[in-house]
Design a protein around this ligand. Structure first.
Ligand code: ADP
Length: 455
């Protein structure tokens, strides 16, 4: 049995892991950078160790420092959260050879999923529908041109090692190809230290829909249904919900079954998310798999009643899914999550500084995940997520009503936040009807501009 876990992360996800550990009676070790001395994860963990200067490269991403912290404190396991070292195959491998239990998939599986071109090929071979695209990375411009012609324009060039919505280029015709191909390779190599790029059919009005899975160490994988994540800014999610207004029980069961077989074939274990795009005809195509817990996991927890972080720990401890999950997974009600980022809601520029007042919402049907408090200083070094508001209802309409109330009954002063933007989304007619795709935020901003010019 795991007795003590080191949490290699900060912010709300570090608190989320601490909560799961407390529920399981497991002791916790926090690590923190010099910029996070006053952070709540430091206060709430049983032990805390400062592991370096503010810059993440020197602290949260410093593998020797993280491993030493686990050794010094006798922590048998490490939970990486999301971001930082969560999908770093080399780190998982260091854990494996150091005898530390890494709470996530095996390092070779993380490596496979981290190479988006290889992952595409592997899941396609196992029967998961993928978008038309290149077989693997394309090395030369001539090859890219040939592939683009075969797939048909428009295509999208993506970095094989990409993430965070960066390094993607849309190519609408043969004329644009040359420049885009070289720029994409250049950007990929600068951002991800790997110049490999691959091609995929570009979908004009996609919805982003993803499936949550859990796999145990005994070969069983279970799908826990989908999340709708089409409300994005700059290819990054802003609001997520479960279930998707566009997925019915038959489609959920069908895709779930395909994924269970495909992922148990690659030896997938622990929590993971399989991302799809839905085209205009309602068909789903795989785009990538994230081998970790996601920011938006609470909406799945709300509609399934399953504590995903507790499940992650029990899986890492060797328990079979039969012991962790109910016999039948049922989706009940509806849940919506709004990401409250410390950023300008119009330009999305990060807004670091002191949070002079922080009064989070509460009340029936509202859950808040945050590490912020009045007087806390948002450091400029890390991502801008300040809080997550999750509203749950019997149905989508009730969840929206409760989210509106939560947004109205919250106060954040001192930094800009995305709260006003979320309030606008909640009052939007197309959102209420479930009529949207990944261009929604851009269109919402245009509607606002049009209204202010008319006014
Ligand atoms: P990342 O790993 O950087 O998050 P993804 O492959 O998950 O990149 O894609 C992120 C987002 O980019 C998607 O949710 C979608 O909005 C857009 N996108 C990705 N691939 C396509 C495509 N083939 N067609 C249209 N949009 C796409």
């Amino acid at each position: 049995m795991i007795q003590k876990i080191l949490i290699a992360n900060r912010g709300e996800i570090a608190l989320r892991v601490i909560a799961a550990c407390k529920d399981l009676g497991i002791r916790t070790v926090a690590i923190y950078s010099q910029a996070d001395r006053e952070a709540l994860h430091v206060r709430y963990a049983d032990e805390a160790l400062c592991i370096g200067p503010p810059r993440s490269a020197e602290s949260y991403l410093n593998v020797p420092a993280v491993i030493s912290a686990a050794e010094i404190t006798d922590a048998e396991a490490i939970h990486p959260g999301y971001g930082f070292l969560a999908e770093d195959a080399a780190f998982a491998e260091v854990c494996e050879v150091s005898g530390v239990n890494f709470i996530g998939p095996r390092s070779d599986v993380i490596r496979l999923m981290g190479d988006k071109a290889r992952a595409r090929k592997a899941v396609a071979a196992a029967g998961v529908p993928v978008l038309p695209g290149s077989e693997g990375p394309v090395e030369t411009e001539a090859e890219a041109r040939k592939e683009a012609e075969r797939i048909g324009y428009p295509v999208i060039i993506k970095a094989a090692a990409g993430g965070g919505g960066r390094g993607m280029r849309i190519v609408r015709n043969a004329r644009e190809l040359e420049q885009s191909f070289h720029q994409a390779r250049h950007e990929a190599s600068a951002s991800f230290q790997c110049a490999d790029v691959y091609l995929e059919k570009y979908i004009q009005r996609p919805r982003h829909i993803e499936f949550q899975v859990l796999g145990d160490q005994h070969g069983r994988v279970v799908s826990l249904g989908e999340r709708e994540c089409s409300i994005q800014r700059r290819h990054q999610k802003l609001l997520e919900e479960a279930p998707s207004p566009r997925v019915d029980a038959a489609m959920r069961a069908e895709i779930g079954k395909v994924l269970e077989t495909a992922l148990s074939r690659v030896g997938y274990s622990n929590a993971g998310t399989v991302e799809f795009l839905m085209d205009e005809d309602g068909k789903l195509y795989f785009i990538e798999m994230n081998a970790r817990i996601q920011v938006e996991h609470p909406v799945t927890e709300s509609v399934t009643g399953i504590d995903l972080v507790k499940a992650q720990i029990r899986i890492a401890d060797g328990e079979p899914l039969d012991a962790i999950l109910p016999e039948k997974i049922e989706i009940q009600g509806h849940a919506i999550e709004c990401r409250i980022n410390a950023e300008n809601p119009e330009t999305f520029a990060p807004s670091a500084g002191k949070v002079t007042k922080f009064l989070p919402p509460s009340g029936i049907g509202v859950r808040v995940e945050t590490a912020a408090y009045s007087g806390w200083f948002v450091p400029p070094y890390y991502d801008s997520l300040l809080a997550k508001f999750i509203a749950t209802g019997r149905d989508r309409t009730e969840a929206i009503t409760r989210m509106k109330r939560a947004l109205e009954m919250s106060v954040v002063e001192g930094v800009h936040t995305t709260i006003p933007l979320h309030s606008r989304i909640m009052s939007d007619e197309d959102f209420a009807l479930g009529n949207f795709d990944t261009r929604f935020i851009e269109q919402l901003q245009q509607k606002k501009k049009a209204a202010s010019t008319v006014g």
